[in-house]
Design a protein around this ligand. Structure first.
Ligand code: FMN
Length: 324
């Protein structure tokens, strides 16, 4: 199990116990002690099995947009169990959710030591890209390979999007960001290109409070803006209506744009389309014309609370190659 460790003493204890078991990588006592000391103040994750700490990872901010994978270690007997990968996934989620755009990591360049070749292969397999080699950053015998990973790739944004139902910060969402989110929505594919999805951006505090007042039980009450999604249930061809598919694609595009721009949201559809038909009341407040249905609301704002990914079924239970 991967745990975020808050306590500075526990962080020091874990990093010491693991780094002292990995002398092939952390041989020099002075730099090992430095890693242990610094780990106390850094975002810190540990992999725990019962009362055994199997590995840990710490991040360090190196710029307004960049986190560095400051140090990680997994006990040798726990290698090849996916622990490093899971530690990194938790750290990457954290960095993305806190608005960072890049993660960098430094290691000894490939081709110098066998142990570090394994490390290089591991970073490449996580998706890191070679940025630069600094020949004398450490010393001539240890050329420093800097790897970098963009957290703003589509695949990463998809992996870090989670439904957010917590409190929002009151920070205004600039109109250009709301416009970019809406554009991502209408850029989505649609059956026969019928473009059956429209959106209304709600950022006027008076209109917003009228919409929020309709949400019973209350949700998204602190959101500084909202996207209201509308559909036209027209046929794409013959009797085939793809309106649901069209607005689903548009909503997912908007959720991803929201996360990419550093905001959070949640797809509220069940809540407003149940028997009490809050959607129709929202439509009335927003002067939605005949022929268009309100199907979903997406709050938009910066998260004011920590949140976590929900658990999902294992990959292999849902994805197969070539046959069932
Ligand atoms: C069609 C649809 C309707 C949804 N309606 C609601 C809703 O009314 N209220 C809510 O809290 N979440 C709603 N959700 C969000 C899901 O609960 C959420 O996507 C799911 O639990 C998985 O979590 P994740 O989005 O963090 O991956 C809806 C999602 C979809 C796709």
């Amino acid at each position: 199990m991967i745990r975020f460790i808050e306590d500075a003493d526990e962080r020091r204890k874990i990093s010491r116990s693991i780094l002292e078991s990995l002398t092939d990588w952390f041989e020099v006592e002075e730099s090992r002690e430095q890693y242990i000391k610094e780990s106390a103040d850094q975002p810190f994750w540990a992999s725990v099995d019962g009362d055994v700490y199997e590995g840990f990872l710490c991040l360090k901010e190196t710029g307004r947009t960049t986190m560095e994978l400051a140090v990680m270690g997994v006990r040798k007997e726990c290698h090849r169990k996916g622990i490093g990968r899971r530690l990194f996934a938790a750290a990457k989620d954290y960095a993305s959710m806190h608005g960072y755009e890049f993660i960098q990591v430094k290691t000894v360049k490939s081709g110098v030591y066998e142990d570090y070749d394994i490390t290089n292969r591991f970073y490449l397999s996580l998706g890191f890209r070679e940025l630069e080699v600094l020949a004398d950053y450490w010393d001539e015998a240890n050329p420093c390979q800097i790897y970098v990973m963009s957290l703003k790739s589509a695949i990463n944004t998809i992996a870090t999007r989670h439904s957010y139902r917590g409190l929002f910060s009151p920070e205004i969402v600039p109109e250009e960001d709301l416009t970019a989110i809406a554009r991502a929505g209408i850029d989505a594919p649609s059956g026969c290109n019928k473009q059956t999805t429209d959106v209304i951006i709600v950022n006027d505090p008076v209109v917003l409070s009228k919409v929020k007042a309709l949400l019973d039980p209350p949700v998204a009450q602190t959101a500084p803006a909202m996207i209201v999604v509308l559909t036209q249930r027209i046929n794409a061809y013959r009797d085939r209506c793809f309106a649901v598919q069209d607005y689903s694609a548009a909503i997912e595009n908007m959720l991803l744009a929201i996360v990419e721009l550093g905001y959070q949201s949640c797809w509220y559809e069940g809540h407003i389309t149940d028997e009490d038909r809050i959607c129709d009341k929202i439509a009335a407040v927003l002067d939605v014309p005949e022929g268009y249905d309100v199907v979903c609301i997406l709050p938009v704002g910066k998260a004011a609370e920590e949140f976590h990914a929900p658990s999902k079924k294992p990959f292999a239970q849902r994805v197969r190659f070539n046959h069932w």
